[in-house]
Design a protein around this ligand. Structure first.
Ligand SMILES: Nc1ncnc2c1ncn2[C@@H]1O[C@H](COP(=O)(O)OP(=O)(O)O)[C@@H](O)[C@H]1O
Ligand SMILES: [Mg+2]
Length: 137
C-alpha cells in the first residue's frame, strides 16, 4: 500500500492553470528522481488531461499526490470536471476520435505513458481520470 506524502489541489479554469499543473508535475517528477523519459511522459500526460478537463469538460481541477510505497516514489494525478462526460468511451480510448477536430490521441496516447490509468465518466455527470507513474526500483 502506498502512502500519500503530500498533496496539492489545483484548479483548472484557464489555459494558464493547465500550464501550472503541467509545470508542477514536471518539477515533482524531477525532484522525486524520475528519469528524463518518465518525466517527459508524466508532463505530457498532465498537459493532455488538463487540457481535456478545460476544453471538453469546461474546467475542473487536478489533485496531485506524491506517493511512497517504501521502495519507490509515485506521482498520482486526478483530473475532475463536471462537463458533459464521455458517451462513447470505447471509441475515445481506441484513439483517433475527437469532437474538437484534432488528432484525438490525447486520451489513448496518455494511457500508454503511465503505469496506472483509470477513467470514469457518465453522460452529464462529468469525467474523472486518474493516472499514476512510479520511479524504478
Ligand atoms: N474531460 C472530458 N470531458 C468530456 N469529453 C472528453 C473529455 N476528455 C476527452 N473527451 C472526449 O474524448 C475525445 C478525445 O479526447 P482526446 O483523445 O484527448 O482528443 P482531443 O482532445 O484532441 O479531441 C474528445 O474530442 C472529447 O470528445
Ligand atoms: Mg485532448
Amino acid at each position: 500500500m502506498a502512502d500519500v506524502v503530500q498533496r496539492w489541489e489545483m484548479p483548472i479554469r484557464t489555459e494558464d492553470d493547465v500550464i501550472l499543473v503541467r509545470r508542477k508535475a514536471r518539477m515533482l517528477a524531477q525532484e522525486r528522481g524520475f528519469d528524463a523519459f518518465a518525466t517527459a511522459a508524466l508532463t505530457t500526460a498532465a498537459s493532455e488531461l488538463g487540457r481535456n478537463a478545460l476544453v471538453h469538460g469546461g474546467g475542473g481541477g487536478a489533485l496531485i499526490e506524491h506517493l511512497a510505497d517504501g521502495t519507490r516514489s509515485g506521482i498520482r494525478i486526478t483530473f475532475v470536471d463536471r462537463g458533459p462526460g464521455i458517451a462513447d468511451m470505447a471509441r475515445v480510448l481506441a484513439g483517433g476520435y475527437s469532437t474538437a477536430r484534432s488528432l484525438g490521441l490525447g486520451l489513448s496516447g496518455t494511457r500508454r505513458l503511465v503505469e496506472e490509468f483509470d477513467i470514469e465518466s457518465a453522460p452529464g455527470a462529468g469525467t474523472k481520470v486518474v493516472i499514476c507513474k512510479w520511479t524504478r526500483y
